[in-house]
Design a binder for this molecule. Structure first.
Ligand SMILES: *Cc1c(COP(=O)(O)O)cnc(C)c1O
Length: 371
């Protein structure tokens, strides 16, 4: 038998696979219980935007045809929304796809990329898969103005001749911590122009418009800035896999060379094109999230559990002891949350904000288990 593990590329040998949230169907099979709620993958409890649902139905008859490989309709509405030209947009099979394309296009084993401790697990996977060096920078401590957030001065200090990309999620997952516009902008201005700053804004829509730190507004100022966005979170289209990058046209041109010709499927293109301007749905998602967040925070306060103030649709809660037994007990009561021991946070669970009913159940279960 060949030793396939050792035949794999060196970077790949060292990788740990991404651990997704437990699917409802799996827990049903394991425990034979019903009425399970999943608060594990930051999905939207409202489901997809109704406009997206209509567009999908209309598109069903076209499934024998390849999708539009250039995504014209979707790029057109996105260009209008962001005030950019269509050649600044790269579409992806989820923003995950775009993050990987950026790594593949710009990194080599001679290069490195920087990201923060406790940030999105996809960054180190994308970097290591190529055999590039990953430079993880320690996050700011719990007892600071920004618990478990990006340490921008330390990231700046880590830049060297090998550095090609810096990945920053704002707001960050799994912690929910966030950076303010002024500090972030001056950081980007301080980065050498041949280092690409990727700002992953997967959760931006969960802040009220006037509070959003929208890096796309700075694209004109920084040629090395790339913004990634997704339809998986506030737009409720996680199952479709569609996201995008905004960048200067030269960066988009480079990524486009390695993009699979039909990386976004036709139903996803139709759904996303219809959802982009469904501001009513976005607002509703934001309000449901804000109410659910308050309920969960209040419950944590009652139980004396600390948490990281979050601008996402999830809360990182510290149970002050190994969180795995707590996770298990919650599973037995039909509530799926997300362990984050693989991120180096063994005492914490990340809890997605669900609907009002789901949060009532979550709070009940949490108070029962922590009693
Ligand atoms: C969920 C998430 C994404 C989005 O992933 P998709 O591939 O678009 O579903 C990107 N970045 C972060 C930080 C996330 O949490």
């Amino acid at each position: 038998m060949s030793d396939f593990k050792h035949m794999a590329a060196p970077g790949v040998q060292q990788l740990k696979p991404y651990i997704p949230g437990k699917p409802i169907s799996e827990l049903e099979r394991e425990l034979g219980i019903e009425n399970i709620i999943k608060l594990a993958s930051n999905e939207n409890p409202l489901g997809p935007s109704p406009k997206a649902m209509e567009a999908i139905k209309a598109e069903m008859d076209e499934l024998a045809l390849y999708p539009d490989g250039n995504g014209f309709e979707l790029k057109k509405v996105l260009a209008e929304k962001h005030g950019v030209s269509m050649d600044q947009i790269t579409l992806g099979n989820g923003s995950n796809d775009v993050l990987v394309l950026l790594a593949e296009a710009f990194l080599t084993p001679e290069h490195s990329a920087i990201y923060s401790q406790y940030s999105f697990a996809v960054y180190p996977i994308a970097i290591q898969a190529i055999g590039a060096t990953h430079q993880m920078i320690d996050a700011t401590p719990w007892e600071s103005d920004r618990p478990l957030g990006c340490d921008l001065p330390a990231m700046k200090a880590a830049i060297n001749d090998q550095t090609r990309i810096i990945f920053i999620a704002n707001p960050n997952n799994p912690t929910g911590s966030f950076l303010q516009a002024d500090e972030l902008k001056s950081f980007i201005a301080s980065v050498p122009e041949d280092v690409i700053v990727v700002l992953d804004e997967a959760y931006l829509e969960y802040s009220p418009v006037e509070e959003q730190v929208d890096g796309s507004l700075w694209l004109g100022e920084f040629e090395n800035l790339v913004i990634t966005r997704t339809f998986s979170k506030a737009y409720g289209l996680a199952g479709f896999r569609v996201g995008y990058a905004l960048s200067n046209p030269d960066v988009a041109n480079v990524i486009n060379r390695i993009r699979q010709p039909f990386n976004v499927n036709s139903l996803a293109l139709a759904a996303a094109s219809a959802a982009v301007n469904d501001t009513e749905f976005l607002e509703k998602s934001m309000h449901v999230n804000a109410d659910g967040m308050k309920a969960l925070e209040a419950s944590c306060d009652r139980l004396g559990l600390r948490y990281v103030p979050s601008k996402g649709n999830f809360l990182l809660v510290d149970f002050g002891r190994d969180a795995m037994p707590i996770y298990q007990q919650m599973l037995e009561l039909g509530v799926i949350t997300r362990p984050v021991a693989n991120y180096g946070l063994p005492n914490c669970l990340r809890i997605t904000i669900g609907s009002e009913d789901e949060m009532a159940r979550m709070v009940e279960v949490m108070e029962q288990v922590c009693d």
